[in-house]
Design a protein around this ligand. Structure first.
Ligand SMILES: *Cc1c(COP(=O)(O)O)cnc(C)c1O
Length: 401
């Protein structure tokens, strides 16, 4: 096994399992879960997370944003239903039907294309209808016209209306009024469909914030995303309702330690200048790895159990920290960028706060140059390394001699 000394994101699958179970415990009996694993599992690795989660009976299936993400799960042997939350372009119809992926549908044109392809293949395509109750993003209108459209879609051959869903815009806020209004609009729309004799098996509304704070929005299923990964949807959700623990740690090692004198500047632009003799350590990680440049002169890491402040700008591949008060710091020392060491800890949320970035965004942006190592029951069960399989298909002509 490679040591991955430069940088490594370690993913604790037991923590992800704990978080899933923790959310499950806050649900009504009979409400199932959909694990959202878009953007490679919020940067944590979609396939190992899905493989771990698939074993749970209460898990209905998975959700991705794109067809490529859905097909990647199928290719990895994931058998449970996979729902695509975003718009699916028509060229993907054939694979969707063949691989029994659930597309989100909200137009007649898309429904007809899927129906035609399903008839051609002699299969049934299960779809989820998205209704817009307040995001103004995708989804048909929650009015009579919208209900009529769903009724017409329900009559198409080889199409099963498996699900009806909407998405909360503000469930993570302290004031649950706007979310409750969306919930009421969704329920009213479901009634309009009932009146028209349209039968739909699954209704689902909640994201992580809804799971925390809106029990009456549980319905047949909930879509859990960010909290699988041990991150909270916002500062304002009831954290006591669903305890979660971080899944990712990010670690590196010191490559160089040196002394600098008063007046010496550090990194591009000379935005930090020493006023006294200092010891500084160089860490071989940068914004090219997704470590935000906005942590320049603001962030902290942990070395030998103590906090070390970032000095000067974060470069693409390196940055410097102050180890003046950690005299035993040496090249080769472990550097914790996210995680805990000797009672000191830095969370993704801390980095979000310090860098002025959103914790979701920070997790998604941990780059492909950072290898992921997956732990379960004290063992490494998988590794994801871009340099082992770049996903690059080379199509150029052979070079002339
Ligand atoms: C991303 C997403 C989710 C999950 O949201 P979290 O806040 O991460 O739990 C649920 N539903 C839809 C439609 C989404 O796009």
């Amino acid at each position: 096994m490679k040591p991955y000394l430069r940088v490594c994101a370690e993913i604790n699958l037991n923590a992800a399992a704990y978080n899933l179970n923790s959310m499950k415990e806050n649900l009504e009996d009979g409400t199932r879960m959909i694990a959202v694993v878009k953007t490679d599992g919020y940067g944590h690795g979609a396939i190992p997370i899905a493989r771990m989660a698939e074993a749970y009976d209460y898990l209905w299936g998975f959700a991705t944003a794109t067809v490529e993400e859905a097909l990647q799960l199928r290719q990895a042997g994931i058998r449970k239903p996979v729902l695509i939350l975003g718009f699916t372009f028509p060229d993907a119809c054939e694979e969707i039907v063949r691989q029994e992926i659930r597309p989100t549908v909200f137009t007649m044109a898309a429904a007809e294309q899927l129906s035609r392809e399903a008839v051609r293949q002699g299969r049934t395509v299960s779809i989820h209808i998205k209704v817009d109750t307040g995001m103004s993003r995708i989804g048909l209108k929650d009015d009579r016209e919208g209900a009529e459209l769903v009724r017409e879609i329900s009559l198409l051959p080889n199409v099963e209306l498996e699900g009806l869903y909407t998405h909360f815009a503000r469930a993570d806020e302290r004031d649950k009024g706007p979310a409750r209004e969306q919930l009421a609009r969704f329920q009213a729309f479901a009634e309009l469909l009932k009146d028209r004799g349209v039968k739909i098996r699954m209704h689902h509304c909640s994201n992580s914030a809804g799971i925390f704070d809106l029990k009456d929005a549980n319905m047949d299923a909930v879509r859990a995303g960010i909290s699988i990964y041990g991150l909270y949807p916002s500062e304002d959700v009831n954290r006591l309702a669903v305890p979660v623990i971080p899944v990712m740690t990010l670690k590196s090692h010191v490559v160089y330690v040196k002394e600098i004198g008063p007046g010496t500047s550090v990194s591009y632009g000379g935005t930090f200048t020493a006023e006294k003799p200092m010891r500084i350590a160089t860490v071989p990680v940068g914004y090219g790895d997704g470590y935000p440049r906005s942590l320049s002169n603001k962030g902290k890491v942990i070395i030998r159990g103590r906090q070390a402040s970032i000095l000067g700008r974060i470069c693409m591949d390196q940055f410097m920290v102050d180890v003046t008060d950690i005299p035993e710091a040496r090249p080769g020392d472990l550097v914790t960028l996210i995680g805990t060491d000797g009672g000191n800890g830095i969370t993704m949320e801390d980095l979000g706060g310090l860098s002025g970035r959103f914790n979701y965004e920070l997790a998604c942006d941990i780059g492909k140059r950072v290898p992921r190592r997956f732990w379960k029951d004290g063992r490494v069960v998988a590794e994801q390394d871009y340099f082992e399989a770049t996903g690059l298909t080379e199509l150029w002509e052979e070079a002339e001699p």
